[in-house]
Design a protein around this ligand. Structure first.
Ligand code: DX5
Length: 223
């Protein structure tokens, strides 16, 4: 079984104090921090540029991952690596040459991951599973936090986990969108082991309580 990782999204964080928020998330036990990078084109929202992430880099030692919800990931990949993101998540829907784009992320010294929107079938990533460290199965339509979890994505999670196991590939499966105390078990049972949480995590009395509770629920479901 792959280790459970809790990865907060900074989308619900206090944008006026993002450095402190990153420090708090690290102190709360986050395994990584996810930056939801949105270009206002691939998704109807505009968020974090590389300079902002670079400014937050020194506020925590926790690894950063950039979820590139952008129309042209090849154009931006190097800037987000230089800003301090150790993992780049590229959407399968945004790259005409996905195999080359993911190989390029690895050549930049970062860990490549590939994301699938809800309507995109698992088979789309069959021929790049050997290039990535992680597959992100979106459990909402990307663009905004606080949306309802799509449990209809669980068969897709299961199908990808089965393919990875059959091929003996050491690849994590991450889920992102609507992950909370009520939904994390379903995603974990289906085969996910990395969990993005934004609004639900920030609703706990403390961030540490949230990270601990979500991790415990996922471990119980995985067992
Ligand atoms: C959607 C975003 C959200 C965010 C987490 O584009 O990627 O999924 O990270 O959102 P919630 O608030 O659902 O955890």
């Amino acid at each position: 079984m792959r280790s459970i990782e809790i990865v907060p999204s900074v989308l619900p964080a206090d944008f006026a104090s993002l450095g402190d928020e990153c420090r708090r998330l690290g102190e709360a036990g986050a395994d990584r921090i996810q930056w939801d990078v949105m270009d206002g084109n691939f998704v109807p929202n505009l968020t974090f540029g590389p300079d902002l992430i670079k400014a937050c880099r020194t506020h925590t030692d926790v690894m950063f991952e950039a979820h590139l919800m952008v129309t042209d990931p090849d154009l931006l990949a190097a800037e987000y690596v230089e800003a301090g993101c150790e993992m780049l998540i590229v959407h399968a829907e945004t790259s005409l040459h996905l195999h080359r784009t993911l190989a390029n992320v690895r050549s930049l010294g970062a860990r490549p991951a590939v994301a699938l929107n809800p309507a995109t079938p698992a088979e789309t990533v069959e021929h790049v599973l050997d290039l990535v460290d992680m597959v992100l199965v979106m459990t909402v339509n990307p663009g905004f936090g606080g949306q309802a979890y799509l449990s209809t994505m669980e068969p897709k999670i299961e199908a990808i986990r089965n393919r990875l196991d059959v091929r003996g590939l050491e690849v994590d499966i991450e889920v992102d969108g609507g992950i909370s105390a009520d939904t994390i078990a379903g995603a974990a049972s289906a085969g996910a082991n990395v969990f993005i949480s934004g609004s639900a995590l920030f609703r706990y009395p403390t961030l540490a309580e949230g990270v601990t509770d979500l991790r415990s629920r996922a471990q119980t479901a995985q067992a």
